[in-house]
Design a protein around this ligand. Structure first.
Ligand code: ATP
Ligand code: MG
Length: 413
């Protein structure tokens, strides 16, 4: 893509009411637009990052055998009434709406109920189990505080995965697969080192749930980390009894603020009991399906990466989720030979399918560099009057390292 074609502009200042670093940076660099508190729209650069994150997650879900669907975010109150989540405690979180004839509808804050009901049509006998299904879907939550930018939206994209098993052992084994898949996701998007498998409240169905918590001052959670074991305990469950249970000692734990990037739950038969999702076992008995649910917020993940991998100059994307891999910055300044050199390199790269943004705008070099730092593409190729047709200066955004690369190396010849 050509910079002169990209409609988004960078800006020096974020909106005054935006207090979170991730949203400030992403707005200034032209990735997102703030509609309302907790409501953000994706601009072309932001959409590219979300699509990359989506693909990383999709590959890890497919690797554990999960199948992708796509459910509506408009929800039928009936099934939520059966699980007692339409009114009462869940009331604060719902955004509800009505049809013209006054029929109530829910705007999805989660999808356990609809996925469970769908499976009634597809599960009969033990031969149909186990399996798992996931989707990427918009969620709506009436979040009380929405001051953390993309990390706490009132509308956000979530990948949620649901597993359907015959018994506890099958669930436990799949749960372990998901743990590994999640660890791969967080590694691949560049936060593996700072993300911990964390013991958290389990709700009514199991002793624990597990969160994936990324250490960051911008986080809303507090965890206690055992660095040797690479696990952590959420403050919500941090008691002497729990530590004893997990074989942890207080002296070895470090307190840290953190961001919950993922959460996995063993649901047991809670939803299948309530909604009547049963199967015929080998012995001919009818049994409830044993379920699990597993979520990752894509916006929260993007916000987390923006938050912790950025520096004073701007965003610093890992290659895996960067909107582009290369950023050609042409310093032609009216010099035709330089411009021709930059354009020729750009055209050769796109012909080879290489992901590249070409800053061909007629603006000062200083402005181009500042924009390029802010946008945070992993490699900047500087084409100036001193470049030759064959040798280019390439600067790695993450550490400022200057590489000298030939045209063949860049074009992948
Ligand atoms: P939190 O405790 O942070 O409110 P939660 O426990 O309610 O989150 P889950 O229902 O477990 O979240 O949702 C699964 C994942 O969805 C979370 O781990 C997080 O990555 C993401 N998520 C949850 N709420 C939001 C939100 N308001 N904005 C963006 N992502 C979110
Ligand atoms: Mg949670």
């Amino acid at each position: 893509m050509r910079g002169s074609h990209l409609f988004t502009k960078t800006r020096r200042e974020a909106p005054k009411d935006e207090v979170s670093k991730n949203a400030q940076l992403l707005i200034r660099a032209g990735y997102i637009h703030k509609e309302l508190a907790g409501v953000y729209s994706l601009l072309p650069l932001g959409l590219r990052v979300i699509k990359k994150i989506e693909q990383v997650i999709r590959e890890e879900m497919e690797a554990i055998g999960a199948q992708e669907g796509a459910l509506s975010s408009l929800q039928d109150p009936d099934i939520w009434k059966k699980t007692d989540r339409w009114e009462g405690k869940a009331d604060d979180i719902w955004l509800k709406t009505k049809l013209a004839n006054n029929t109530e509808l829910g705007l999805a804050f989660s999808h356990e109920e609809p996925w469970t009901r769908i499976m009634q049509d597809h599960v009969n006998s033990y031969r149909d189990l186990p399996f798992s299904a996931y989707h990427f879907a918009q969620k709506f939550r009436n979040e009380l505080r929405a001051k953390s930018g993309l990390m706490r939206g009132r509308e956000f994209l979530m990948k949620d995965l649901y597993s359907f098993s015959k018994n506890q052992e099958e669930l436990d084994s799949f749960y372990e697969d998901v743990r590994v898949a999640y660890e791969n996701v967080f590694k691949r998007v560049g936060i593996g080192n700072t993300t911990y498998f964390t013991f958290a409240t389990g709700g009514v169905f199991s002793k624990w749930s597990h969160e994936f918590q990324t250490v960051s001052e911008a986080g809303e959670d507090t965890i206690y980390i055992d660095n040797e074991k690479r696990i952590a305990v959420n403050k919500e469950v941090y008691t002497d009894d729990v530590l004893k249970d997990l074989g942890l000692t207080k002296e070895n734990l470090i307190e840290a603020k953190s961001i919950e990037v993922g959460n996995i739950f063993k649901l047991g038969t809670h939803y299948s009991d309530a909604l009547g999702l049963v199967f015929q076992d080998e012995d001919g008995h009818e049994k409830p399906v044993v379920m699990g649910s597993y979520g990752i917020g894509l916006g929260r993940l993007m916000g987390t990466v923006a938050e912790i991998l950025s520096d004073e100059k701007g965003l610093v994307w890992p290659e895996s989720i960067a909107p582009f891999t290369y950023h050609i910055v042409s310093l032609a300044g009216g010099d035709e030979a330089t411009e021709a050199r930059a354009t020729s390199l750009y055209e050769a790269m796109i012909t080879r399918g290489i992901s590249v943004l070409y800053d061909d705008r007629e603006v000062r070099a200083g402005e181009k560099f500042a924009d390029s730092d802010l946008i945070g593409i992993p490699y900047r190729i500087v084409v100036g009057k001193k470049s030759t047709d064959d040798l280019f200066e390439v600067i790695r955004r993450s550490n400022g390292e200057v590489l000298s690369m030939t045209r063949d190396e860049l074009v992948g010849g």
